[in-house]
Design a protein around this ligand. Sequence first.
Ligand code: KG4
Ligand code: ZN
Length: 357
Amino acid sequence: MNTPPRLVLGIETSCDETAVAVVDEQRVIRADLVLSQIVLHQPYGGIVPEIAARAHLDHLDELIAKALADAGIGFGDLSAVAATGGPGLIGGVIVGVMTAKAIALARNLPFIAVNHLEGHALSARLSHDIAFPYLLLLVSGGHCQLLIVEDVGRYTRLGTTIDDAAGEAFDKSAKLLGLGYPGGPAIERAARTGDPARFPLPRPLKGRPGCDFSFAGLKTAIRQLVEKWPPGAIGPQDVSDVAASFQAAVADVLTDRTANAIAAFKRRHPSGSNLVVAGGVAANTVLRERLATLAAAHGLALVAPPARLCTDNAAMIAWAGIERLQRGLTDPLDFAPRPRWPLDPTAAPARGAGVKA
Ligand code: KG4
Ligand code: ZN
């Protein structure tokens, strides 16, 4: 008799999206809901952690009920409950973890605390049939890292940002240009009709050895550039040209650092064949094109999950839960949510201001 594939409920509440998904171990996403809180935070010009946590609390139960209904299942059909256990805004993480623990306790199901970064790192194995090890460029609003994904739970960090994350640079530059939040999609849209060569912007760390990143100087250059126009005088074509020049600079830097990481990856795993790009910024088409060319030049395939799996979602958390469940890696109900949780705890700390975990 065939046993049905195991199903895992995933919960993501570490930032400003309340997300719930049901995924099965044959890589079918049975339900995938994302509720954005953007309008709640807009009046404050950034995410307010208290508001985020309360909004997660207000909506999580109904989203879980809807996800189960979408999947056509009840709690009794689940094999485990997985929730983001960190890193992230701790109030929100606590809401997701407490909810998952309550379901696990009431239904006698295994509980799995997933590292949000591991969710991004393994998302490519949900969308594509790829084996370990692979090289990962993780580029999101909070993180910018190059890692070798050796196996579930085993990561070697090759580099990280010494100041801002790539997505943060997109968001801050978009704000300076008067484009909306989130900035990445807005800049990409504006850049489509812009001239990427009009403004020669800096490429921090480009050409230097190693795999670390820096974006603070680029953001400052954008501010100085924008301030050259009298208030209100910057025209739509100027905005498009700045956006295109900025996007080209970011893509240049990311490609340059990734080239160094490919060399390190090949030294360690000569037969490794995949470069994966994940996280919200991986939705950017110009970046994807540049990385595909780079990967091909080094005999690697570029694997990029669909945009919906790149930005924050719960399907990747449910999938990481499945990978962990399959290896018996479940967590006790006294797991403590972690505001900081590096994927490679042995990595040397990056030097610089504002370093993220
Ligand atoms: O992974 P994610 O949804 O959340 C975090 O864990 O941070 O990433 C969100 C980030 C935001 O900074 C957003 O501006 C950026 O991803 N982003 C993009 C694009 N779509 C989203 N950046 C560049 N181009 C895009 N198309
Ligand atoms: Zn994320």
